[in-house]
Ligand binder design. Structure first.
Ligand SMILES: *[C@@H]1O[C@H](CO)[C@@H](O)[C@H](O)[C@H]1NC(C)=O
Ligand SMILES: *[C@@H]1O[C@H](CO)[C@@H](O)[C@H](O)[C@H]1NC(C)=O
Ligand SMILES: *[C@@H]1O[C@H](CO)[C@@H](O)[C@H](O)[C@H]1NC(C)=O
Ligand SMILES: *[C@@H]1O[C@H](CO)[C@@H](O)[C@H](O)[C@H]1NC(C)=O
Ligand SMILES: *[C@@H]1O[C@H](CO)[C@@H](O)[C@H](O)[C@H]1NC(C)=O
Ligand SMILES: *[C@@H]1O[C@H](CO)[C@@H](O)[C@H](O)[C@H]1NC(C)=O
Ligand SMILES: *[C@@H]1O[C@H](CO)[C@@H](O)[C@H](O)[C@H]1NC(C)=O
Ligand SMILES: CC(=O)N[C@H]1CO[C@H](CO)[C@@H](O)[C@@H]1O
Length: 807
């Protein structure tokens, strides 16, 4: 019975009283004796006890009589042996020999189990033992139904999804009745909310059934149904069932692209578009947000366009390289939402050229810097995120080709850095190259590292003399002349930075320190000394950074004196005797040249001026004419004067002899004869083509002479005019003889002017063709300057006329 008994406590107490009273009265009390004998006095044969009697309740009370002041009453046996009663309690009574006994109920009695208990009691005293049996009749009582404890307090709770089809058994109330064969009936006493009362019914088995399906959105979301369970006798129990309507499953909002990967380039500024997300719905109120905050990105609440918030620069924020953005879209009208993933990769852009340390190589090294020597190390990097690998390439020009190499970023000397070439000098002794540094990006960015290596000179080589080292000097070389030049070279640049000298000096020779010309300080004589040995040295300068570092080269040269061969001397070219016969003849010897040579070489003579070769010829040293002259007045009329140059040679040296031949034409009956003339003056210093250098006195003299001549001419013309009218032809024979006499070599040119005048006079008288102008011209023209061998004085002479004028 348990908990039920608590609930029914007040009722049972009432019942017990009634029953007890009844028991006292219905059971006939035993004979009330006053005998002093031992025994039960008023133990009823049977008592009725309600099934609902509480434990510790009194079942029966009776008296015993005993002389013993301490009697005991005990339950000997109980059938069935349920142990339902307490040990009897004996209390002293009103008189000394009677005692009251009470038997209490120990446990609940159950009619449905045992209807009747038989209790056999024994009264034990000192005087003996008396036993007696009495019965306890259990009286059935209707018990209330037992409801499931949960629904009574605080009430059962059930969650039901909305939209399930009706009718729907929502809940089953559990109850039972302790009474045998009793039947229970279920009813709904109350529904909250009140308006939904008709919606629920309960069947005989306690099932709560709803006749409508639930609507979370529109209907009530919570119902409280109160249920009463009654047994056939009206006893009841009750409880409540709380029905909660659950929201049915809502499909999440989907995106047209649920997960997308996008790549954008860095440094495209703020507001650069990244991606667009779009929910797959027709609802008009779709909004987009990020699930959490991503500072570099923002999303358009309505258009779903993701943009950058600020300029994304990977170089300053490496973490920007990859981002996973969770985008939530939701619509309020549909009550749906969904999440999409956008993976953003920020791609590096090759924006930064490599940087290097050092950024330029400017060095000064000596030209002897050895191969393999390090000139420095270059270290490069690149701050771009993705292309940090850099490549170094050495770029050379023609001059620096193969001169340098790069090894692991170290610049090394790879070839001799020569200072001593013209090419290097052109480049100001600076080798130029470039290190090209490029990164691995596409396109690749580059940086140039200029290399400027200036080479300083080192005096490495001695000056070297160039041959020939033998110099021939004619013995007649004049003092102060250059007899030869020595030349030295130096392999160090500048090749000609040399000073020549004669160590210790020399009595006969000196040297130009710059040009290397050897000067003769004295005179040479082959017969005295034929050769000299001379030591010449060259010292370089300016061929080293240290100006005191100088190198010397020396050489011994031989100066050989050359014996000079004198020219042939032609002394007396004597004119041959005038022709004995007045007849003209070929091979008429005109003049013989007499020459000697101190070296006793064989001498030859030749005519060397072209015009004369046609008219004259040489037999040995004798000049004779060819018979080819023609003096026909009014027809061919040859010149009457010829200059014949006879060159006398000893094989090495020559001497020219000039003969002036005057031809005297005869009348037709008289053969033309020639007359000769003089050799060249003794020594010709200069031959001048056109010489006209009148001194002041000369001009005065010429002017006077000119005036006199004019006067003379005037007289002459006058005389001729008279002559032609009167006289006959003159005597040419006398004239010719006279001429030839006068023209001997010894007297020579001194008398030539006079002869000229005579000839002119004569010729003018012949034909008048030789005008006075010719004469004047011949007087005034001097085309040579000569030195008189005797007096040493200079004079001008006319090579045609032989006229001379002292200077
Ligand atoms: C004792 O006497 C009183 C009244 O006098 C009576 O009520 C009571 O029942 C008597 N007790 C017994 C044990 O006889
Ligand atoms: C209960 O019903 C059964 C038959 O259905 C019967 O045998 C039994 O005696 C009944 N008991 C009570 C207490 O009525
Ligand atoms: C249920 O029983 C109690 C007594 O146990 C009574 O007071 C109450 O009125 C009954 N209820 C109904 C609805 O019969
Ligand atoms: C969009 O939703 C419709 C139906 O709700 C479905 O048929 C279609 O395939 C969906 N489109 C995408 C791209 O998920
Ligand atoms: C996006 O990129 C991740 C990793 O980068 C990869 O695992 C995934 O398959 C890609 N998804 C698409 C749709 O390309
Ligand atoms: C270094 O010099 C060698 C020859 O001496 C040449 O073969 C080589 O190419 C040079 N290296 C460079 C990088 O110039
Ligand atoms: C740059 O370097 C790469 C190696 O990292 C090389 O392959 C490429 O040719 C170089 N580009 C230029 C322009 O030098
Ligand atoms: C209900 C009833 O019959 N009660 C009686 C029980 O017996 C006593 C005397 O023993 C009476 O006084 C009661 O009236």
């Amino acid at each position: 019975m348990g908990p039920l008994s608590l609930l029914c406590l007040p009722i049972l107490v009432l019942l017990q009283r009634g029953i007890l009273t009844e028991a006292q009265n219905t059971t006939a009390p035993g004979p009330k004796t006053t005998t002093q004998a031992t025994g039960f006095i008023d133990l009823p044969a049977s008592v009725d006890v309600l099934e609902s009697t509480r434990p510790r309740s009194l079942v029966v009370e009776f008296r015993v009589q005993s002389a013993d002041p301490r009697p005991t009453v005990e339950i000997v046996s109980l059938t069935p042996d349920s142990g339902a009663f307490e040990v009897p309690i004996v209390n002293p009574g009103n008189t000394t020999s009677t005692f009251g006994v009470q038997i209490m109920l120990k446990d609940w009695l159950d009619y449905e189990t045992v209807h009747l208990h038989s209790v056999r009691l024994a009264l034990v005293t000192a005087g003996g033992r008396v036993e007696q049996t009495f019965h306890v009749q259990v009286i059935n009582v209707n018990e209330p139904p037992q409801c499931q404890p949960l629904i009574q307090l605080p009430g059962a709770e059930v969650r039901v999804p909305e939209g399930l089809p009706a009718p729907l058994r929502v809940y089953n109330v559990l109850a039972f009745d302790p009474d045998e064969n009793d039947t229970l009936s279920f009813s709904i006493t109350q529904v909250q909310p009140d308006t939904s009362k008709g919606q629920f019914t309960i069947d005989g088995m306690g099932g709560i059934i709803t006749s409508q399906s639930f609507d979370y959105q529109n209907g009530p979301r919570v119902f409280v149904v109160s249920v009463l369970v009654t047994d056939s006798r009206g006893a009841n129990c009750s409880g409540t069932v709380r029905i909660m309507v659950m929201r049915a499953f809502i499909p999440p909002l989907e995106f047209l692209i649920q997960s997308q990967n996008v790549s954008i380039f860095e440094n495209r500024g703020p507001g650069n578009m990244v991606a667009t997300v779009r929910a797959n719905t027709t609802a008009s109120d779709v909004y987009y947000t990020f699930v959490k905050s991503y500072p570099p990105y923002k999303i358009g609440r309505v258009d779903g366009i993701i943009r950058t918030v600020f300029n994304l620069d990977l170089e300053s924020h490496r973490a920007l390289e990859h981002s996973v953005l969770l985008v939530r879209a939701f619509t309020i009208s549909e009550g749906r939402h969904g999440t999409a993933t956008v993976t953003v990769s920020v791609l590096d852009v090759n924006e930064h050229a490599p940087f290097c340390d050092p950024s330029v190589f400017v060095l000064t090294v000596p030209e002897t810097t050895e191969i393999g020597r390090s000139l420095g190390t270059v270290r490069c990097g690149d701050i771009d995120v993705s292309n940090q690998h850099v490549t170094l390439t050495l770029l050379e020009n023609d001059a620096s080709l193969y001169k340098f190499r790069l090894q692991d970023g170290q610049l090394q000397v790879n070839g001799t850095l020569d200072y001593d070439t013209a090419g290097v000098a052109t480049g100001s002794f600076q080798y130029e190259a470039t290190i090209l540094v490029n990164d691995s990006g596409t396109p690749s960015l580059t940086t140039m590292i200029p290399i400027l290596i200036t080479v300083t000179p080192v005096n490495e080589f001695d000056p070297q003399f160039l041959g020939p080292f033998d110099i021939l000097v004619p013995e007649d070389t004049r003092r102060g002349s250059v007899v030869g030049t020595v030349k030295a070279m130096d392999a160090d640049w500048r090749f000609d930075a040399l000073r020549y000298s004669i160590p210790g000096g020399d009595a006969l020779f000196s040297i130009d320190p710059v040009g290397g010309q050897l000067y003769l300080k004295g005179s040479l004589d082959f017969e005295v000394k034929e050769s000299y040995r001379l030591r010449v040295q060259a010292v370089d300068f300016d061929q080293d950074v240290d100006l005191t570092v100088q190198r010397t080269g020396a050489v011994e040269i031989t100066i050989s004196v050359q014996n000079v061969n004198d020219n042939p001397r032609c002394v007396t070219p004597s004119p041959t005797s005038p022709p004995s016969s007045p007849r003209r003849s070929a091979r008429l010897p005109i003049i013989s040249v007499s020459c000697t040579d101190v070296d006793r070489d064989a001498l030859t003579a030749t005519i060397t001026n072209g015009g004369a070769v046609d008219r004259f010829q040489l037999n040995g040293f004798t000049l004779s004419s060819k018979e080819v002259f023609s003096y026909v007045p009014g027809a061919v009329y040859d010149h009457t004067m010829f200059e014949v140059t006879i060159t006398v040679s000893d094989g090495k040296h020559t001497t020219d002899v000039v003969a002036y031949i005057y031809v005297i034409p005869w009348t037709t009956t008289v053969p033309t004869t020639t007359t000769t003339t003089t050799p060249k003056p003794p020594r010709v210093v200069t031959v001048v083509q056109e010489y006209w250098d009148p001194d002041l006195w000369f001009v005065v003299v010429m002017t006077l002479t000119g005036a006199l001549l004019l006067l003379c001419l005037g007289l002459l013309i006058w005389k001729i005019l008279i002559w032609t009218s009167v006289c006959a032809a003159p005597q040419p024979d006398n004239m010719s003889e006279n001429m030839l006499k006068n023209n001997t070599y010894g007297e020579g040119l001194d008398k030539l002017a006079n002869q000229d005048a005579a000839i002119q006079n004569y010729q003018s008288s012949l034909d008048g063709a030789l005008s006075k102008e010719n004469l004047q011209e011949s007087l005034m023209r001097f085309d040579g300057k000569a030195e008189d061998p005797v007096s040493g004085r200079s004079y001008l002479f006319n090579s045609t006329t032989g006229e001379r004028r002292w200077l």
